[in-house]
Ligand binder design. Sequence first.
Ligand code: PNS
Length: 159
Amino acid sequence: MKRSAVCPGSFDPITYGHLDIIERASSLYDEVVVAVMINHSKKSLFTVEERIALIEDVCRKFPNVRVDSWHGLLVDFCKKNEIPAIVKGLRAVSDFEYELQMSQMNHQLAGVETVFISTSPQYSYLSSSLVKEIATYGGDVSAYVPSSVLTQLLKKVKA
Ligand code: PNS
């Protein structure tokens, strides 16, 4: 049986921290679906289509990774796609409390398991929000996002 997992997130935009987790998940599972979760109450810099295109571009090198989007509960996405596991990166203890709560809720709701991968130390302080803020004020974020993402990000913040 094919082992599948989902890597969910906002990916606004995808960073090297996300990519680290996606790459490591792709070595553990036969198929990894990166799911861009749509949340209309959260203001985003990139449209869902732009986020998907950027993720597809940087994940092209991983043949068992595909990209999708979803509006609604993550467990419903898992049910629809027959995915039994969610993979999440854990950066620090501060991530843990909320992630634990979500993992327990998702298990309770639909029996979906959450597998945590500890973020590589060089990305433990990295977040899309910080990258956007730094780029907005003219800081250098080239160490945190792939070049295709950087190009689009700089266009957005200069617009
Ligand atoms: O990149 P983010 O914004 O930290 O990702 C959080 C995300 C989108 C993975 C999480 O908010 C989520 O799973 N949202 C989908 C809606 C849902 O299932 N909510 C109930 C969680 S128990």
